[in-house]
Design a binder for this molecule. Structure first.
Ligand code: J2J
Length: 539
């Protein structure tokens, strides 16, 4: 069994009594559709179409073969797939036999993948030959000593390692194999992070299933919902808010796209009669611009009923343009892979939809907004968000130090967001965690600073957010160089970081060299001053 911090028994009892935790595995989502409407369309992936029966059959084929190799409960998998149907087939296959996956983002590179592998010691790796890390076997060989027993690859010639071959009928699923108990870890979500190394979030069947069912209801998902998944499929937003799982739960269809770019997506929306799309703010801005530039494109969005926007701050003025320009409803979503998800509601007045990030999913999501002394901040004034509830985790995987900081004595998770609460609705107005939110992609400042400090000519480094008209924020690295060292050119610094194996979205957009970093009275790097210096230059 995979260790995790469980909810206290009295809370677990409450969540069961209230009907949030149903003690059924996430694979129940698929089982229910298989019984109700096996031939309904579950996934559209380019020209390939998969019914619920296909999804069930293919995931059972894979599960059977994996079980025959002795893989099952207690094992973990490192999965890195692009937005293709195999992502969902694999997800259900692994859960079906109790293997807990980490779904790495496709943009992750050597550093992130190595670190996930170090944390979970996977028995199984599922990846794509199309990814630079897997063009040859060098990285796989690096991972092997950590206990890797099976590798499966998309676009692989060797039948022993070809994911496609493993989806063919083979060994039957043994009677003894099954999902982990519903109150145990089903899989790991990825934390946006604010520390040196990426943290993993254990999610149980019970807690995740509740967030999925409730999200599907809030978003009005039904068997006629056709959701365009153009953001990374494994991300919490794309998977559960309401995401693919919410749509599967309602018996609808998930249409996959490789990029949220409007020129990619609009023709797919039109051809597949998409009704719902979750996006991050910069993508919404591109969709708005595409239709404003060429109003004939609006016809392509004819079928679109609802656009969800979340992941990063969304300007109210832009929010107001969504229904007008795109002709669909808007719903704002403020969520986190750690748990808590807030939505504006379909029947909310326009003012709430445009100007807030919604209210929690559950009446039993407990929210505290705290001032600088940790006392409750009055409604209408900003404070730090702390929360606990039926689908908010209780601890990062094997990270006692981080957990001591992120949780208080009452088990509330402190998300690092600054919010204002009014009439139960939240507005995100700032952040105290040391993170850059680059258009929804999260960068932990410390992770990049540590990498920069490994450079022989850099003695001090600080990464801060710089305002950006398109992405909301970009990153700027302030550097102090070893004495006598001349300028380091940004392209060389970026190349240096890339060579260390970090994901490209984490590369600093800008570099500034200083003689010394400004310090606060207690001697910490004064990041506020660094940020302010950027804002002033922009003004
Ligand atoms: C401002 N900041 C936001 C919003 C998230 C649904 C939607 C998003 C995520 C997600 C998710 C924001 N306005 N509307 O998991 O299920 C910032 C906050 C938050 C952090 C979480 C979901 N929506 N944010 O973005 O784990 O700072 O999840 O704490 O990637 O994104 O990031 P992540």
């Amino acid at each position: 069994m995979i260790e995790f911090t469980a909810w206290p028994p009295e809370q677990a009892r409450l969540y069961r009594d209230r009907g949030y935790w149903l003690d059924q595995p996430l694979t129940h989502i698929l089982d229910a559709q298989l019984a109700a409407q096996p031939e309904a369309e579950a996934i559209v992936c380019g020209t390939r179409r998969f019914s619920y029966a296909d999804l069930d059959r293919l995931s059972r084929n894979l599960a059977g073969r994996l079980a025959a190799r002795g893989l099952g409960a207690g094992d973990t998998a490192l999965v890195q797939l692009p937005n293709i149907a195999e992502f969902y087939i694999t997800f259900f296959a692994l859960l079906r036999i109790g293997i807990a996956p980490v779904n790495a983002l496709y943009s992750h590179r050597r550093l992130e993948m190595t670190d996930y592998a170090r944390q979970i010691r996977p028995s199984l790796l599922i990846a794509a030959r199309g990814h630079e890390l897997f063009r040859d076997d060098a990285f796989i060989e690096e991972l092997a000593p950590a206990g890797l027993r099976q590798v499966l690859l998309v676009d692989e010639n060797d039948p022993d390692r070809s994911l496609a071959a493993w989806l063919e009928p083979g060994e039957a699923l043994p009677k003894t194999a099954g999902p982990t108990p519903a109150d145990q870890v089903a899989f790991f979500q990825l934390s946006g992070g604010s520390t040196g190394t990426p943290k993993l979030i254990p999610r149980t069947h019970n807690d995740y299933d509740y967030s999925v069912r409730a999200s599907a209801e809030i978003c009005g998902c039904s068997a006629s919902t056709r959701l365009l998944c153009a953001i990374p499929a494994g991300h919490n937003y794309a998977l559960s808010s309401p995401g693919a799982l919410g749509v599967f739960h309602a018996g609808g269809t998930v249409v996959l796209a490789g990029s949220p770019d409007p020129l990619t997506c609009l023709p797919i929306v039109a051809a597949e009669r998409v009704t719902m799309v979750p996006l991050v703010p910069p993508a919404v801005a591109l969709w708005l611009r595409a239709v404003e530039e060429d109003p004939s494109r609006r016809a392509q969005l004819d079928s679109l009923e609802l656009m969800l926007v979340g992941g990063a701050s969304f300007a109210e003025a832009t929010a107001r343009r969504v229904p007008e320009v795109l002709g669909c409803k808007l719903m704002q979503v403020f969520g986190m892979a750690e748990g808590l998800v807030n939505y504006t509601r379909l029947d909310d007045p326009a003012e709430l939809v445009f100007a807030t990030q919604g209210r929690p999913i559950s009446p039993d999501d407990e929210i505290r907004v705290l001032d600088e002394d940790g006392a409750p901040a009055p409604d209408g004034t900003p404070g730090a968000l702390a929360t606990r509830g039926p689908y908010t985790f209780r601890g990062y995987y094997r990270a006692p130090e981080q957990n001591a900081k992120a949780f208080d004595a009452d088990g509330f998770y402190h998300s690092g967001d600054v919010v204002v609460r009014e009439n139960g609705y939240l507005r995100v107005v700032g952040r105290i965690k040391d993170q850059i939110n680059r258009g929804g992609e999260k960068i932990a400042a410390e992770e990049i600073e540590n990498l920069l400090l490994r450079h022989p000519d850099i003695t001090h480094a600080a990464l801060v957010a710089a305002p950006d008209a398109h992405l909301g924020e970009k990153s700027c690295a302030f550097l102090v160089l070893r004495e006598g060292q001349g300028k380091l050119a940004p392209p060389a610094l970026r190349r240096y970081l890339l060579d260390l194996g970090v994901a490209e979205y984490k590369l600093p957009d800008r570099f500034r060299q200083l003689d010394a970093l400004p310090l606060t009275p207690v001697g910490k790097i004064d990041k506020r001053r660094l940020r302010d210096s950027l804002t002033q230059q922009n003004a």
